[in-house]
Design a protein around this ligand. Structure first.
Ligand code: ADP
Length: 388
């Protein structure tokens, strides 16, 4: 095993998360943090395992300034210890990348070509790769793909009912949040080994939100499709939308592709419905009827997808919440699970309010599991570093 540290970068559309680990078979965390609010009043925050940490205001920092800050911070925190590997969360792996890959020139070019499929994420992910290569040229760099966990899905959930040539061209249902589902599936195997081989639905509810139906540890259906827009409504993304709406926007409102992209990715979802904010905590605290309606719609879509996934799985053995909303909002969890006794779900109100790991009292266990995409990447990176 190499002596050194691992850096994990998870570059999103408005934030960049990072984590540092010692290289060990189960990587031990040295620090973790994020830069949030990119483009306006950006803030860098990090925390050490002993609870100490720092917070800096970065002003209207963009992605590249934030990356520079994070890479400098990593160098400062590690002192003389070298960074021997950098792992990147990459939104889209397309048809070909079903496993983590070492990032060389050829792979990076292929991933760049996938940018139109994840325009809000892929370019930032790849900018992080370029920046890290510049600062740590000796380190092994790997990419871990959010689509990879779903690549084995059955054909019926992989395709759209379009002429087949589009499927061949890669117009498929890829699914995202795969690193989170992988982490949670692994954590469930430790928390509740008796249910891991069963029928599991995981709801990853954060600013981005999706659900995944898992049978015997494998993804068989997900709510996200070709892009990170489909399925559940999100902070600013619309979720499932009748394609006829797009035709209407183009024909009747003469909107360009760029304007529609902006509308669907950045102005819709909870923000669009409430007219207030994308942030669930703020919506829960608001007494505006539009805020309540935005939550109503969010909950309704999750319940609908849960029902659909139970049908696909032929029943349900375990339901899991994760992501910022899934891990913290007792209100959303409670409302999603209301009247779900037909699939054995009955919440324990006190445990739910206290954000316990097991929050149910019925036949079907309901868990809250804090997801950790960075750790999944660190584990893969360790495997690469161990390889002869
Ligand atoms: P991302 O997808 O950007 O990683 P997160 O997983 O951090 O997002 O989730 C962010 C969402 O979680 C926000 O809508 C935020 O309001 C919500 N959230 C965080 N804490 C709470 C809480 N205590 N109650 C309700 N919602 C919360």
């Amino acid at each position: 095993m190499r002596n050194g540290a691992i850096l994990v970068l998870n570059a999103g559309s408005s934030s960049i998360k990072f984590a540092l680990y010692n290289v060990e078979r189960e990587p031990s965390e040295r620090a973790r943090g994020f830069v949030e609010n990119l483009g306006s009043e950006a803030r860098l925050k990090f925390e050490l395992p002993n609870g100490e940490g720092e917070r800096h205001d970065l002003g209207p920092a963009d992605h590249s300034t934030a990356l520079e800050e994070i890479l400098n911070l990593a160098t400062r925190l590690l002192g003389r210890q070298p960074v021997v590997g950098v792992g990147h969360r990459i939104a889209h792996g397309g048809i070909d990348f079903a496993e983590p890959r070492r990032l060389d020139g050829d792979t990076i070019a292929k991933l760049r070509a996938l940018s139109p499929l994840a325009p809000l994420h892929q370019p930032h992910n790849l900018a992080a790769v370029d920046a890290a290569l510049g600062v740590f040229p000796e380190a092994i760099q790997i990419g871990c793909f959010d689509t990879a966990f779903h690549r084995g899905q059955p054909w019926v959930n992989d395709t759209f009912a379009l002429p087949r040539r589009y499927f061949e061209k890669g117009v498929r249902r890829y699914g995202f949040h795969g690193l989170s589902y992988e982490y949670v599936t692994g954590a469930l195997a430790t928390t509740a080994p008796e249910v891991t081989n069963g029928r599991v639905v995981i709801a990853h509810l954060g600013n981005g939100a999706s659900m995944c139906a898992i049978h015997e540890g494998r993804s068989i259906a997900s709510t996200m499709g070709f892009s990170a827009l489909d399925g559940l409504p999100m902070g600013t993304r619309c979720g499932q939308l009748d394609p006829g709406v797009l035709l209407y926007l183009m024909d009747q409102e003469q909107m360009t592709a760029g304007e529609i992209e902006h509308l669907l990715y950045l102005e819709s979802g909870l923000k669009g419905l409430s007219g207030l904010t994308h942030d669930m905590r703020t919506l829960e605290a608001s007494d505006k009827p539009e805020a309540r309606q935005a939550i109503d719609y969010f909950v309704f879509r999750i319940r609908r997808e849960l029902g659909a996934m139970c049908a696909v799985l032929g029943g349900l053995d375990t339901f899991v919440f994760c992501g910022g909303i899934g891990e913290n909002s007792a209100l959303v969890r409670g409302r999603v699970c209301e009247g779900m006794d037909w699939i054995g779900i009955s919440l324990d109100a006190v445990r739910n309010r206290e954000n316990k790991s097991l929050i149910s009292s019925g036949k079907t266990p309901v868990f809250v599991i804090n997801t950790d995409e960075e750790r999944v990447i660190a584990r893969y990176l360790t495997e690469f570093l161990e390889a002869p």
